[in-house]
Design a protein around this ligand. Structure first.
Ligand code: FES
Ligand code: FE2
Length: 427
């Protein structure tokens, strides 16, 4: 039996904003709309909407925020309570107030180097796809088919258009709906393109902004996005950390059984744990030279490289290692001929993924022995950190522990991170 296929070809039309949905429908289905897309019904006067929000009782998670006091000086402060690292509703609050606001690093430009290249990802409940169209322009969209919500693209690669695996609706790389299969008889149907996200690139990084106000022109100028992303630190990072001459080499991913902040805290302890937990790494660093500075949304930890006791000339770390943390979850590590970045993605209250991207000086790319040995050393450190972080998570879940203390002269980057979290979580 042959099945007739009715096909409607729709002229490419960029679909700007959110669904054509009445405010009444939007209210009825409020709980089904992903947080970044939620908006106050437009017919409500703003003052009334804010008054309603103000009158709402604080959620359980919101009341946990005040269990940390960022006003106390580091010498007196307690660290945030374990509930920040274990409570599922706290993660929801973090997604809403931290990750769905402002710029977030999601990948590197190498992943969309040429026309038609794309990659997909997920942050919280937001599924996204980033692609480069035939004219070289970068786009980002919610990776969700407008028909019945199937995920559209998966993984990464090259495509001339996105064909939904479910019923075949087809979208151009600029998001326009090109073809909707078998929709004969449908009425009031237009502008059903992919829902865009704001996207920018800065140096080798791709940034997305999940906030709801998206103009049809999604690509934001690099300088503006970088300033918003890194605050006052854009020049310092641009001059001393991000070297555009380095070549993208490879990616390593790790899934950790711990809250995403446990990994960040571990990174931000000013090298405190290095002599105890990373004996191999410690031998290549002059730990007494460790210094930390904090800026608006960034902290920088710098340590001089020391001579290793290797019999050979292998020197992965060079004369200086620089560790930059860009709030809330991105790290740039610059040492010797290397730069690597760590992107920490929350997967659940006690689970996260860390994505390492490695960049290297061109001239060393073919030095297989150096590359292999460097990656092995880096992986050893990472595995040591995973053991520490997963142990900490178990400790945080123990009834024996609620809050800890800071070592005031070394852990100021961590204290700074917790203060930023507090201020964002308070909205
Ligand atoms: S869900 Fe994509 S075509 Fe039906
Ligand atoms: Fe470590």
């Amino acid at each position: 039996m042959s099945m007739a296929t009715t096909m409607l070809v729709i002229k490419p039309l960029f679909s700007p904003l959110i669904h054509h949905q009445s405010s009444r429908t939007a209210r009825l289905h409020h709980h089904t709309i992903p947080t970044p897309l939620r908006r106050v019904p437009t017919h409500l006067p703003t003052s009334l909407a804010s008054a309603a929000a103000a009158a709402a009782p604080p959620s359980a998670a919101e009341s946990l925020v005040d269990d940390f006091d960022p006003e106390l000086p580091i010498e007196e402060a307690l660290t945030p309570p374990s509930s920040w690292y274990t409570d599922p509703s706290f993660l929801d609050l973090e997604l809403d107030r931290i990750f769905y606001r402002g710029w977030q690093a999601v990948g590197c430009t190498d992943q969309v180097k040429s026309p038609q290249a794309f990659f997909t990802g997920r942050l919280g409940s937001v599924e996204f796809v980033v692609c480069r169209d035939d004219n070289g322009k970068i786009h980002a969209f919610h990776n969700v088919c407008r028909h019945h919500a199937s995920l559209l693209a998966s993984g990464s690669g090259k495509k001339s258009c996105f064909v939904c695996p479910y019923h075949g609706w087809t979208y151009a790389l600029n998001g326009a709906l090109l073809r909707a299969t078998r929709i004969k008889g449908i009425r009031n149907f237009d502008e059903f393109g992919l829902i865009p996200l704001k996207v920018a690139t800065w140096g080798p990084f791709v940034l997305l902004n999940f906030e709801k106000d998206v103009s049809p022109n999604q690509e934001v100028e690099s300088d503006i996005a970088a300033k918003e992303w890194t605050g006052s630190c854009v020049d310092i990072l641009g001059n001393s950390c991000i070297d555009p001459s380095l070549t993208y080499l490879c990616r390593r991913e790790y899934t950790l059984e711990c809250n995403w902040k446990v990994f960040c805290d571990n990174y931000l302890d000013g090298g405190y744990h290095v002599p105890y937990a990373h004996k191999g790494l410690a031998s290549g660093l002059k730990l007494d030279s460790y210094s930390t500075t904090t800026h608006e949304k960034v902290s920088l930890q710098i340590c001089e490289g020391g001579s290793t006791d290797n019999a050979d000339d292998f020197d992965r770390l060079g004369v200086k290692a620089l560790y930059a943390f860009i709030y809330p979850n991105f790290m740039i590590n610059r040492y010797g001929p290397w730069m690597d970045t760590n992107l920490v993605l929350p997967l659940g209250p006690r689970k996260c993924r860390v994505i390492f991207d490695y960049f290297l000086k061109d001239s060393l790319e073919d030095d297989k022995i150096f590359v292999e040995r460097s990656l092995q050393d880096s992986e050893r450190v990472q595995i040591e950190d995973i053991v520490l972080c997963e142990g900490v998570q178990k400790g945080l879940e123990s009834p024996a522990y609620c809050s800890g203390r800071y070592a005031p002269t070394v852990e100021n980057a961590m204290y700074h991170f917790h203060g930023l979290l507090y201020r964002n979580l308070k909205g």
